[in-house]
Ligand binder design. Structure first.
Ligand SMILES: Nc1ncnc2c1ncn2[C@@H]1O[C@H](COP(=O)(O)OP(=O)(O)OP(=O)(O)O)[C@@H](O)[C@H]1O
Ligand SMILES: [Mg+2]
Length: 406
């Protein structure tokens, strides 16, 4: 799939933008603070309905209109997917509530019809590569779960909905656990929430098992190529509730030993999670919080058996990230039958010459990519010759003629 036309209204520093996007690589060149990252952020928002830079949607609305009520930022995309044209519109609306309060909400329209973000996610696919993504390897489990959720939600129908149902059940169950811990009461009140949590939680675990295994296969292959056969990458799913029975007497499973959970079916996982919740009930009532389930899952990256989150060198982390990103693109393509739009923010400066060449080669085979840079000389001449060059300046995109002076 690819983006044909993008319009922005009051999104970050773009007061108004209306531009046709070519079906190939587009290099966005500009000095600092001109709007390069903001443009990628807008496109990614169409795929994830969240920003990769902020959790606060309010920040996305142009300062100049922030005092208006309502203040609205708008992203409109015309894109082509499977030879069909679609129009996707997202409105980020900030409204006053009461004399002092404010509320941010989103409206999503697909082909003119208002829909929920959970329904529309997956219609417009994008893969994002930004240097901050080293957090996926080096950061907290929460960073990895967020990453995984954003990728899976775009590919697996129903994933986003299941995730929000799970969050809702978890919030309710935790509230009840807290109440039981503080004021006592009948623990059997938990039965209902155990059941909803286990049902949707098992579904998430099931999807994660399958997806991580598929991603691992692709990432290991790219990684082997990127390290010229020197390193073997493993993606190890580390679920807080592990449906795989443990060998007697063994408490923790070693991450460097590959485990195949793919034969487990959904029913078995649901039954297992239900039983585990039951068993943990007295302890959870004591602590007032749910201690197992997909909200505590982790994902680890190992190279030649060594955990890169703890022991990876900068170069190893970057190479692994690149392998992961290439795998993600391939996986999305394999699962959906469509190329995602590939978004890369300042990635060239982070890579050595060999890895740059590998990346350029991978991008050359894709349908559409947008790459930002402050310095177009980082790109090989052949790549630039086959790309469109846009100059981003103060929330505008200048026509290509303005580049002839470069
Ligand atoms: N809500 C907003 N309204 C108006 N301007 C904003 C808003 N949010 C951010 N900006 C400004 O938009 C400008 C562009 O930011 P952006 O991160 O897109 O720049 P960039 O071209 O990627 O720069 P760099 O090369 O430094 O990464 C910045 O000056 C930023 O302060
Ligand atoms: Mg930037």
């Amino acid at each position: 799939m690819y983006l044909k036309h993008l319009s922005l209204t009051n999104f970050r520093n773009f007061a108004r933008l209306d531009i046709d996007v070519p079906r190939r690589a587009v290099v966005l060149v500009g000095s600092n603070a001109q709007g390069k990252t903001s443009l990628l952020e807008a496109i990614y928002f169409l795929a994830a309905f969240t920003s990769f830079q902020t959790h606060t949607d309010r920040q996305l609305v142009n300062f100049a209109v922030a005092h208006e009520n309502p203040a609205v930022a708008r992203i409109v995309a015309e894109y082509e997917r499977g030879h069909k044209k679609h129009r996707l519109e997202v409105r980020i609306i900030i409204e006053a509530v009461g004399p002092l309060g404010q509320r941010a909400r989103k409206e999503v329209l697909l082909d003119g019809v208002k829909r929920s973000a959970n329904e529309v996610i997956g219609q417009f696919n994008a893969a994002l590569f930004i240097p901050q993504m080293a957090q996926v390897l080096e950061g907290a489990p929460e960073d990895r779960r967020r990453y995984l959720n954003l990728v899976l939600a775009q590919v697996i129908p129903g994933y986003a909905k299941a995730l929000s149902d799970y969050q809702q059940a978890l919030t309710q169950r935790n509230a009840l656990l807290k109440q039981l811990a503080e004021r006592g009461g009948d623990p059997n009140q938990l039965d209902y929430w155990d059941q909803s949590l286990a049902q949707v939680g098992a579904q998430l675990i099931f999807w994660r098992i399958q997806s991580i295994q598929e991603l691992e296969r692709l990432a290991a292959r790219s990684h082997l190529h990127l390290t010229r056969g020197k390193e073997v990458l493993r993606l190890a799913y580390d679920p807080a509730y592990d449906p795989l029975p443990r060998p007697a007497g063994q408490f923790a499973l070693r991450l460097d030993v590959p485990l195949d959970r793919s034969a487990l079916d959904l029913d078995a996982i649901t039954r297992g999670l239900t039983a585990a919740l039951k068993k943990l009930r007295p302890e959870e009532v004591n602590r007032g919080v749910t201690t197992i389930g997909p909200h505590r899952d982790d994902l680890r990256f190992l190279s030649n058996g060594v955990d890169l989150g703890d022991f990876g060198s900068r170069g190893q982390v970057r190479t692994t990230l690149l392998a992961l990103k290439l795998a993600e693109v391939e996986w999305m393509k394999a699962r959906t039958g469509e190329w995602p739009v590939i978004l890369l923010d300042e990635v060239m400066a982070e890579l050595d010459a060999e890895r740059r060449a590998d990346l350029m080669e991978a991008l050359a085979g894709s349908e559409q990519s947008l790459l930002t840079t402050t310095d177009s000389r980082l790109f090989p001449a052949e790549f630039l010759a086959a790309s469109s060059l846009w100059r981003v300046q103060a929330g505008n995109i200048l026509p290509p003629e303005s580049l002839s002076a470069e």
